[in-house]
Ligand binder design. Structure first.
Ligand code: C5P
Length: 243
């Protein structure tokens, strides 16, 4: 295979230059990290599952008119995506209290929230992606007010779609994280959903048993992460084949 130029390497993915200007190839690694990479492991097959699952969600979202960076899956571990300027925010949507919300506010894990709650974290590994307020985002120019309004609307649409997909297969969407990027057209820009949507970036609980089917299995040593992700893929009808 011809050598490709690596554009970026993150904890779970690598981006390479794409075949056309304005495109990138997103490669899904098997690396699992938690607690800002203080806990690390290689989980055989995780990248393959996340490539498929992210494709499934991005295509579904595209079909209901949510703009995404996904163009097409190339192979078991790679997808062709649109290049965009990533907004330096992690956008978290929560339906049920869990994780850092429970720790921070002392709300018991599993408590349903009165409505979906959106939080923003500033994307900076050195700082541990700190929670920030809209005031910080606007004041420091990470996004403008219009972007923020668009991000909230997009995040809620993703939540509705994902919650429905999951509910249909007996899984509760507790919370998830998304990232968005800007596509520029002269001096105008629009926002698209970027990065990935997979059990790495969601909390997914079996509705009947409460069993965790997401990265908390790794974070909290609850068993096989591959088994959990395979279960999600199986229920959604997204099991990897050899293509
Ligand atoms: O850890 P916390 O409770 O804030 O996470 C909320 C949601 O965002 C979880 O689904 C988690 O997997 C996701 N998340 C993520 N990447 C981060 C932080 C959180 O995917 N850096």
């Amino acid at each position: 295979m011809a050598r490709r130029k690596k554009v970026y390497e993150g904890k779970a993915k690598i981006l390479y230059e794409g075949p056309e200007p304005g495109t990138l190839v997103q490669y899904f690694k098997d690396d699992a990290t938690a607690f800002n990479a203080q806990k690390k492991d290689i989980i055989d097959g995780k990248g393959v599952l996340n490539n498929r699952l992210s494709e499934f969600f991005m295509v579904g979202l595209g079909n209901i008119g949510v703009p995404t960076h996904f163009i097409k899956r190339l192979n078991m571990r790679e997808q062709l995506i649109r290049a965009c300027e990533i907004v330096p925010l992690e956008i978290i949507v929560r339906n049920v209290a869990a994780g850092t919300l429970s720790t921070r506010l002392g709300i018991e894990e599993g408590t349903p929230l009165p409505r979906p709650i959106i939080e923003f974290c500033y994307k900076d590994d050195k700082l541990g992606d700190p929670l920030v307020a809209e005031e910080h985002i606007i004041a420091f120019g990470w996004a403008n007010q219009q972007d923020l309004d668009d991000i909230v609307a997009l995040a809620l649409r993703v939540n509705d779609f994902m919650s429905g997909c999951m509910m249909a297969v007996g899984i509760k969407l507790v919370d998830f994280k998304i990232e968005v990027g800007r596509i520029w057209d002269n001096d105008m820009h629009s926002l698209i959903l970027a990065d990935e949507i997979s059990p790495d970036s969601c909390r997914l609980w079996d509705i009947e048993t409460g069993k965790k089917l997401d990265k908390d299995v790794f974070r909290r040593d609850l068993g096989s992460l591959t088994d959990a992700y395979t279960e999600v893929a199986r229920r959604l009808g997204v099991l990897p084949t050899n293509s």
